[in-house]
Design a protein around this ligand. Structure first.
Ligand code: PEP
Length: 252
């Protein structure tokens, strides 16, 4: 069990009508008690953020964006900036999700810029890292995760991680139903923490590192029971309130 306050964040991806999202967010809010040890956050699509913000205001559940632009404002058609997310009281924003990296060409440099833009706007970035199946099979997991982390730490400094959350999300486990075993996940989480500890022990000790990749209520408890796993980033299962709340309870 982690010594840091666990966080379970729901990534709705591009899902949810207004009515479905309203019902989902109401159910999550009802299910999370004010005294819970676990912190719960919801990251809906941009267009649903005002609805979610209105429903969650004043309660224990936080909310955030799934991405942001690197600029504050201007001629960037289709984009949403950090200050815009902050204006809707977002606490978090996901950066470097594997879908953004793979489908929208966001390389390590762009991810590092987005990380900085998030912090500049007063948001806490949830920085995603993780290897593909081919990279795991070629024994390159640690090298890939190290490269993704270093891109951010070399640009913004190790102290920038005081105000950030990491998510280890093996690409082969996202949305596939194939979860990393608790030991596979723990091994990478320990590697990440150890690598950061070599730069700053206190920052590494305080950093929340979430696991993401086909987390369900059936496997959450064992994953969250690992010493370096501080909660989860939950995709598909966050669209079902009952299932999502069971996952949150597994981290409590
Ligand atoms: C995600 O999108 O970050 C994710 C972990 O998805 P899923 O839980 O569906 O694998």
């Amino acid at each position: 069990m982690s010594k840091r306050r666990p966080l379970v964040a729901g990534n709705w991806k591009m899902n949810g009508s207004r009515a479905e999202s309203a019902a989902l967010v109401d159910a999550v809010r009802r299910g999370v008690g004010p005294g819970a040890r676990v912190e719960v956050a919801l990251c809906p699509p941009f267009i649903l953020i005002p609805l979610v913000a209105e429903k969650l205001a004043g309660g224990p559940v936080s909310w955030g964006g799934q991405s942001l632009d690197t600029h504050k404002s201007g001629a960037y058609t289709g984009e949403v900036s950090g200050p815009m997310l902050k204006d809707y009281d977002c606490a978090y924003v996901i950066v470097g999700h594997s879908e953004r990296r793979a489908l929208y060409g966001e390389n390590d440099g762009v991810v590092a810029e987005k990380f900085g833009a998030a912090q500049a706007a007063g948001l806490v970035p949830i920085l995603c890292v993780g290897e593909t199946l081919a990279e795991r099979e070629a024994n390159r997991t640690e090298a890939v995760v190290a490269r993704q982390l270093d891109a951010v730490v070399n640009k913004h400094g190790i102290a920038s991680l005081k105000n950030a959350v990491l998510a280890y999300e093996p690409v082969w486990a996202i949305g596939t139903g194939k979860t990393a075993t608790p030991q596979q996940a723990q091994d990478v989480h320990r590697f990440i923490r150890g690598r950061l500890a070599a730069r700053d022990q206190a920052v590494a000790d305080g950093l929340r590192i979430l696991y993401g990749g086909s987390v369900k209520s059936a496997n959450a408890k064992e994953l969250f029971g690992q010493p370096d796993i501080d909660g989860g980033l939950i995709g598909g299962a966050s669209l079902n309130a009952e299932e999502f709340l069971l996952i949150c309870r597994a981290a409590d």
